[in-house]
Design a protein around this ligand. Structure first.
Ligand code: ASP
Ligand code: MG
Length: 392
């Protein structure tokens, strides 16, 4: 190999939504290549393509097979790799070549629609870099050990970028989107939110787990485990806004507030001995609980809307099923030293009290406190908590 720094850049769907935007990304890519690097570009599907494919599948089948869903959804990224490669080639300065996940040997487990990356072989990738080509890779997809096309879960292109960066031991993995970094809140909803220049992997992970959309949760876990130098930047300016690091930042304070609106709450009653089996059943089915609480046989779990049917299927085996409430939200305060008992938590619960918020469940970890609130009115609470912590 030559000694150029290796850079992996990932562009999200909203940065690629139209042909004009794709041309702009092509210009950015060429400008990054001009800096004398080996460049790999990972892309998502154009705009809302993936959502449209999901709708399409549901119009012909209410309960689509996961294998066929992967076959369909993986097409979105195939469109964007080829179109971006064409746009780069049209500039005429560098040669671009596009590859699917399976072509670069991105191997996953067999868990369709939510597969885990096991390995990136990357042989063709390295060959193309050696020929000084810009390599454009389809994010979000791979090939399973059973030789089937798989996808990595919604937002999974970030994970492709990090996995490719890890395999190449890249010098930089840059997640480019229309928001130039990680903020104290979603800047599209709270315009006064502040950008965080440096954030610890663990805090970024906790923010992603709390439902912030800036990074796919698995990508942060992967980056931390493989020491991938991860950063976030703006598609429009090419500037990096946030660096994710393992430096001990030890601020001992809140770093952000996150609201997750994709929450359905299932309330049910269960006998003690049956209730005890549920964590195992949920884990076996890979069901992610956003929040849960059980008090004297009465339990609450909060799941993503797309997981309602899985959750119901599990609960039917053991619990007396009560009801599903699809209009709930989970509000989290995240940061080093934000745990119940901390000064930040005191401030958080004081503010909720003053706002007269009735929350129906609480969760607490080393880096977060979290409450379950009704979706209605949650925007105001989100803004008020942000103001309390980050605006003065
Ligand atoms: N296109 C996929 C999605 O919409 C993957 C991604 O955007 O990262 O979830
Ligand atoms: Mg994304």
């Amino acid at each position: 190999m030559n000694n150029k720094p290796i850079v992996v850049q990932k562009y999200g769907g909203s940065s690629l939504a139209t042909p004009e935007l794709i041309k702009r990304v092509a210009q950015n890519v060429v400008a990054r290549k001009d800096e004398g690097v080996d460049l790999v570009v990972v892309v998502s599907a154009m705009g809302k393509t993936t959502d449209e494919f999901i709708k399409l599948a549901h119009t012909v089948n209410a309960n689509p097979d996961k294998r066929e869903m992967d076959m369909l959804l993986s097409v979105g990224e195939r469109i964007s790799i080829s179109v971006l490669a064409l746009a780069i080639n049209a500039i005429g300065k560098y040669q671009a070549v596009s590859y699917t996940g399976s072509q670069i040997g991105l191997i996953t487990d067999n868990n369709h629609t939510n597969a885990r990356v096991l390995e990136v072989k990357g042989l063709r990738l390295r060959e193309a870099l050696q020929e000084d080509k810009i390599v454009v890779i389809a994010g979000f997809q791979g090939v399973s050990i059973n030789k089937e096309i798989t996808t990595l879960g919604r937002g999974g292109s970030d994970t492709t970028a990090v996995a490719v960066a890890a395999a190449l031991q890249a010098d930089s993995c840059e997640i480019m989107s229309d928001i130039d970094g990680i903020y104290t809140a979603d800047p599209k909803r709270i315009p006064v939110a502040r950008r965080i220049d440096r954030i610890h992997y663990d805090e970024a992970l906790e923010m992603a787990a709390a439902g912030a959309k800036m990074l796919h949760k698995t990508s942060v876990e992967f980056a931390k485990r493989h020491h991938v130098p991860l950063s976030l930047g703006s598609t429009f300016t090419g500037q990096i806004g946030t660096i994710v690091t393992d430096e001990n930042l030890s601020r001992g304070a809140a770093s952000g507030v996150v609201i997750d609106r994709d929450v359905a709450v299932i309330r049910f009653s269960t006998r003690q001995e049956d209730g005890l089996k549920l964590p195992l059943l949920f884990s076996r089915e890979k069901l992610f609980l956003k929040i849960w609480q059980c008090v004297q046989g009465l339990a609450i779990i909060g799941v993503s809307h797309s997981d309602i049917s899985t959750a119901q299927r599990i609960l039917e085996q053991t619990a007396q099923y009560l009801n599903v409430d699809e209009r709930q939200a989970v509000l989290s305060l995240v940061g080093t030293g934000v745990s119940i008992g901390s000064e930040a938590a005191r401030k958080f619960f004081t503010a909720l009290d003053e706002l007269q918020v009735t929350y129906s469940a609480v969760m607490n970890g080393e880096l977060f406190v979290r409450v379950l609130i009704p979706l209605e009115g949650s925007d105001e609470i989100y803004a008020a908590i942000h103001k309390q912590f980050f605006e003065n």
